[in-house]
Design a binder for this molecule. Sequence first.
Ligand code: 8IG
Length: 277
Amino acid sequence: MPHTLANPLDDPAADPFEVAAQAAADIARLTGVPQHDVAVTLGSGWGRAAELVGETVATVPAIEVTGFSKPALEGHVGTLRSVRTPAGRRILVIGARTHFYEGHGVRRVVHSVRTAAATGAGTMILTNGAGGIRETWRPGQPVLISDHLNLTAASPLEGATFIDLTDLYSRRLRDLARSVDPTLDEGVYCQFRGPHYETPAEVQMAKILGGHIVGMSTALEAIAARQAGMEILGMSLITNLAAGIQSTPLSHEEVLEAGREAEPVISALLARIIEAL
Ligand code: 8IG
């Protein structure tokens, strides 16, 4: 009897791009939408941010799609949605992020991005909730990601796959986002492994290294999106100031609350950016 794996990506012999192609076929079948133009991953605080983007055509539990895993966390929605904008653009809304800290390997972390590319999406919008290092930033503030520091010591690329990451977070898309909201600030996102938050010393290290935002996602996904040839827009909702920057301890509850409060503002922002793409 062959051993049945819970997730085909856990089979080292599997081709992750073939699994993504299968997942894209599942999405086409389950949503009735053969192709998507843009994909959006919703991070902490962004859970309802897609509701103003357009009409939800179909909602699919992520676990029904090949290679996807159960969501690990409250505040992370485990669904894939097909949304149609007023202009008729097809948006794949990914509310099912697998984090590196879950320990299932990088293939699973970037599967949603590879799947999005396989559905036809040429633009990948990656959102997250994160800690802010800049003292002028306030919880509830959205910022653009201008570049990243990948501090996970991992990569979604396998073998001698050399990919250029200059302009990884597209200047064109950042300019476009600022044409929607000129007050949007930007910064360098540091992906830590987590799931613990940083020590104040680690936050100071990130600051010295040129970081402005600390989080536990996005960088690995952006690399995979670039490998797939997508144009990338990254946005962080600053839900807390990073450890030691704020005087009080960090709590997941605080993160959720900042997300709830910012929801109407970032929902409208995201909808307007997508409309302007
Ligand atoms: I929300 O302060 C959120 N996610 N690493 N540090 C890291 N991840 C985060 C933080 C934070 N806030």
